[in-house]
Design a protein. Sequence first.
Length: 330
Amino acid sequence: MNTPFSRRDAFGMIALAAASVAAGITKSANAQTSQPRKGNSDIYQFSVGDFQLTVLSDGYGNFPAQQPMWAPEATTHDLQQALTDAFLPSDQLTLSFNPVLIDNGKDLLLCDTGSGKLLEPTTGKFLQQLQLAGYQPDQITSVFLSHAHLDHLGGLITDDGKPVFSSAQHFVHDREWDFWTSKKPDFSKQRLDDKTKTDLLEFAQKTFGTLEKTFKRVAAGTSLIDGIVVQAAAGHTPGHTALRIQSDKQELVHIFDLAHHPVIMFRNPSWTVAFDTDEALAAATRKKLFEEFATNRSRVLGYHLPFHGVGHIAKDGAGYPWVPEAWQQT
Ligand SMILES: [Zn+2]
């Protein structure tokens, strides 16, 4: 069985081989021995006004579609039917992990960082994708953390406790910081088992402790850089936030973990996941913002929605179907 480290090396070799072929620099003498690329693109670029956004996949995860982890509010039949109706397996949920880099020509703002080595082998690719897209970690000027779960902050520090983005100002909502750094965070409304709660807490505290001096705590309404404003979206965690990204009369709302799966929480926004710190608040926030986005025909981006994660939210009865945006070639 491969160790995680050797798997990472394998990922790197595949990615570098693919980059060489894409750049047309593979020498003919090597052509016979180079390996065909396996898998699809992990980098997707699009614009919002004058901003260039690059979605850099950290990978994906497959999870059993089991209650009560997922949708305990539903009957098992309704949960399975929702998946079957969407032509998906009824026993498995696939989630993407979509960190995003925003380049406005002056600032490089990174939104979440993936899971680092914590959820390998199907995740942990973000740093390689960043470099394949032409950026180095020390070029990043700002890092925004939507919330302190390990699939979002796992890429912030190295194994030996150093900041990965050494030149960056880091941002997080002040309520998120206060929750995870308090002596006894209130998990009383969360359905997770104690071991998982402890694991989440330990890694959040280790990361915040390491980066305490580089984090600036922000509130709803704060402008991170010109055109990018923090919006409260609490419930999944106490300080979970969205970002409104506006440039030249165009807007995109990054909803992060407002919803995790492209079917179940859109089919019924009251269906929750055990990772919600306050599931009732998470459901209420989701319903309120879905209604707003559907009414305004907002363009949105989700961290766990199928890569590239960009689309719109429609309305159909009590549900809000996810409508992914067509893949653009430029
Ligand atoms: Zn997440």
